[in-house]
Design a protein around this ligand. Structure first.
Ligand code: C2E
Ligand code: CA
Ligand code: CA
Ligand code: CA
Length: 281
């Protein structure tokens, strides 16, 4: 048994080394990808269901790998976060989304809101506000049009909470909006709604997708909506895919929706054509 254990350990070590090597390769590859312009943003509309208008878009990151083709963030964001590369990548996302919003504003496209995902790793950086200011300097739009989506993760809540809080307050001073992403999952706790200067709660699609399945999801979604309202927070449901889900949300006066039922994420040029066919507000 002892021999067996040693073999297992040896195997384990080898595997760890291989994984570490793969991770390093991936980090190098991601850095190159950034330098070579292989990243792009796609934009998914956020609808006001009362009038069918597009209130805003969420910027979502894509990697166009020269050989593998389209790579989704689930494959590379975790590695970017572990290696710290998310700070550089995240800054690129922020600048690119601000640049895009500025272009749309100048093209007389209506007053869209731009929602940008920010990793906890970025929020806890002492120079985060400097990064934001750099992006805003080129922006030339009302900072209230910019909404940062933050997930309440271990990184945000258990380490550098002071720095995170200072950064969040700095965002508010600049007039930038703040949304809690994936609400109801992970470390979401009600006390943060009190401590953090939040404007909006985003209900995670894992709950929205289960609304009609007869489990607890419907009750949870209903409760989150009611809670948001009583706290004076805006609320948006993500991952809306069916008419049934739309109806459920409508009945609870949650009219801000995002999901495949309305539109998929799309490249800027496609979104522009899409917007031209739809009245926005
Ligand atoms: P998220 O912030 O929860 O974003 C929503 C995800 O759900 C997106 O996946 C979106 O394409 C997908 N989605 C939207 N509507 C529907 C629907 O009706 N049904 C289903 N099944 N899915 C829907 P995506 O683009 O693959 O992004 C995955 C995650 O990667 C995001 O989850 C976010 O956490 C992260 N991510 C994406 N872009 C960025 C970024 O620029 N920075 C950071 N830090 N994270 C990002
Ligand atoms: Ca998000
Ligand atoms: Ca997210
Ligand atoms: Ca989500």
């Amino acid at each position: 048994a002892k021999e067996q254990g040693r073999n297992n350990l040896c195997f384990y070590r080898k595997r760890m080394t291989r994984q570490a090597a793969q991770r390093r390769d991936m980090e190098t590859r991601l850095r190159q990808a950034l330098d070579q312009g292989e990243f792009a943003l796609v934009y998914q509309p956020q609808i006001d269901d009362r009038n069918g208008r597009i209130r805003g878009v969420e910027a979502l990151l894509r990697w166009h790998h020269p050989r593998r083709g389209l790579v989704y963030p689930a494959e590379f964001i975790p590695i970017a976060e572990e290696t710290g590369l998310i700070r550089t990548l995240g800054e690129w996302v922020l600048r690119e989304s601000c640049r895009q919003l500025r272009t749309w504003r100048h093209a007389q496209l209506p007053n869209l809101r731009m929602a940008v995902n920010i990793s906890g790793q970025q929020f806890k950086q002492p120079d985060f506000l400097t990064v934001v200011d750099r992006a805003l300097r080129e922006a030339d739009f009302d900072p209230a049009r910019l909404e940062l989506e933050m997930e309440l993760t271990e990184t945000v809540l258990l380490h550098n909470v002071e720095t995170t809080l200072r950064n969040l307050r700095g965002l508010k001073e600049r007039g930038i909006s703040l949304a809690i992403d994936d609400f109801g999952t992970g470390y979401s706790s009600l006390s943060y709604l009190k401590d953090f200067p939040i404007d909006r709660i985003k209900i995670d699609r894992s709950f929205v997708g289960e609304i009609s399945h007869g489990g607890n999801a419907a009750a949870i979604v209903g409760t989150i909506i009611a809670m948001a309202r009583s706290l004076g927070l805006a609320v948006i449901a993500e991952g809306v895919e069916t008419a049934q889900q739309v109806e459920f949300l409508r009945q609870r006066d949650c009219f801000d929706m995002q999901g495949y039922y309305f539109a998929r994420p799309m490249p800027a040029a496609v979104l522009e054509r899409y917007l031209q066919n739809i009245q926005t507000g």
